[in-house]
Design a protein around this ligand. Structure first.
Ligand code: CO
Length: 134
């Protein structure tokens, strides 16, 4: 396998509305899809006009990975997401190669993209997300 472009970089923040103006008004980035993802206990918004984006993520419930990240490390970079052409086959290939997967099957991410996370233990300490290109 090989990954393609960086699809987005994910930043954890405490409050989306407090942070969006810096990206929209100062950096001039478009504000894209925004939604609450209850299964992850977060609300997220995609910023930029592509091909690469910034994804701001804020916890909406306690005791989620993102809430713990924010409490422990404060706001900041959380993950990097790369485009792959076929996510399911990529995950099978990575599992065969011994890569530790957080998601063994693709799941729905922000804006309806199919995504999967690789464990940072397998990727140099940086949480890595794969996004299927379609
Ligand atoms: Co992401």
């Amino acid at each position: 396998m090989h990954v393609g472009l960086i699809h987005h970089v994910g930043y954890v923040v405490a409050d989306l509305d407090a942070e969006i103006p810096a990206y929209r008004d100062v950096l001039g980035m478009e504000v894209g899809v925004r939604e609450v993802m209850p299964d992850q206990g977060v609300e997220a918004v995609m910023l930029g006009s592509g091909p690469s984006y910034v994804e701001l993520i804020a916890p909406v419930t306690e005791d989620t990975g993102v809430a713990r990240f924010l409490a422990k490390k404060g706001p900041g970079m959380h993950h990097v997401a790369f485009v792959v052409p076929h996510l399911e086959s990529t995950l099978r290939e990575l599992a065969d190669e011994g890569v530790e997967l957080i998601d063994t099957v693709p799941r729905r991410g922000l804006g309806g993209h199919m995504v999967a996370f690789l464990h940072p233990r397998s990727t140099g300490g940086v949480l890595t997300e794969l996004v299927e290109d379609h």
